[in-house]
Design a protein around this ligand. Structure first.
Ligand code: AMP
Length: 279
């Protein structure tokens, strides 16, 4: 496995050795877990060369303390990637990616104003900016993103379509802990009691799915979830919504392509999850 920290040598390497072969890119912010590694494994199966980027992207954090406390575990990440058979790691520093403070902004209309966009203003503009940079630097054949960040996936889909990136986008399923909690780098920040409480996200999704299939309305499901969260100390619900899984328009009734999305704080750690109702 080779590790690059600068763009120029990475580009020269890709051009010389790997031109016209299939390249898989897995963008991450590090603190890797089995969910990330499932993306690496998928890329390895489908490409000649797999590149994992590790960069905690400052422009997508609207909360300075979240950025500061985001786990950074580069050494163990590199070990995990080596064991998984990743070919290249691109781990730039902040200066390499943003020489000057960037004012470039993206506007995806309604798509970046709802759900995560409402609670994390500017977040998706930062995501689109860094992913555009990574796409230009690496020029992958296939880019792998997780369903765990469902709205982010929709943003990347739009980005590829609007900017005509010649990249195939793949959505990978949510990897979960044994009790159902979606794997996330932020889970590392949970205390033991918080870790137990964090299952409330998945439980809310599963219970609501069941209730919705039994015929209750989405407003009743929302009330059920609200009360569930209010009954547990030290957690705070940001949103629980039903949306169209194609365009993320919020829905009042379940359709043939619906997704439930949830976000909230467990202690000081903000977690998200989602469940497709038709899969
Ligand atoms: P992150 O490092 O959190 O930015 O995530 C990097 C990529 O891994 C994104 O495409 C995420 O959607 C994906 N990812 C994060 N957690 C999971 C998970 N539990 N299962 C599958 N993919 C995930």
């Amino acid at each position: 496995m080779q590790v690059f920290k600068e763009i120029k040598p990475l580009r020269a390497f890709l051009k010389d050795k790997w031109n016209n072969i299939s390249i898989g890119l897995v963008p991450t912010m590090g603190a890797l877990h089995a969910g990330h590694l499932s993306l690496i494994k998928a890329s390895k199966e489908e490409n000649k060369l797999t590149i994992c980027s590790i960069f905690v992207n400052p422009t997508q954090f609207n909360n300075p303390s979240d950025l500061e406390k985001y786990p950074r575990t580069l050494n163990s990440d590199l070990q995990l990637l080596e064991q998984t058979g990743c070919d290249i790691v691109f781990a730039p520093d902040r200066i390499e990616m943003y020489q000057n403070a960037s004012n470039l902004k993206f506007d995806f209309g309604q798509l970046d104003k709802i759900l995560e966009g409402e609670f994390r203003p500017g977040h998706f503009s930062g995501v689109a900016l860094v992913v555009s940079k990574l796409f230009h630097i690496v020029q992958p054949t296939i880019a792998y993103f997780g369903q765990k960040d469902f709205q982010q996936f929709k943003i990347i889909e739009k980005l590829i379509e609007e900017l005509k990136f010649d990249i195939h986008l793949k959505r990978m399923p949510v990897f979960r802990e044994a009790d159902g909690l979606a794997m996330s780098s932020r889970n590392m920040r949970l205390s033991e009691p918080e870790r137990k409480k964090a299952i409330v996200l998945y439980e809310s999704l599963i219970a609501s799915k069941k209730l919705l299939t039994q015929g209750i309305s989405i407003s009743q499901a929302k009330e059920f979830v609200k009360q569930k969260w209010e009954s547990i100390a030290g957690i705070k619900l940001d949103y629980f919504e039903l949306a169209d899984s194609e365009n993320l328009n919020l829905l009042e009734t379940v359709t043939g392509k619906s997704v439930l999305l949830i976000a909230g704080f467990v202690g000081e750690v903000r977690l998200i999850d989602n469940l497709l109702l038709n899969e």
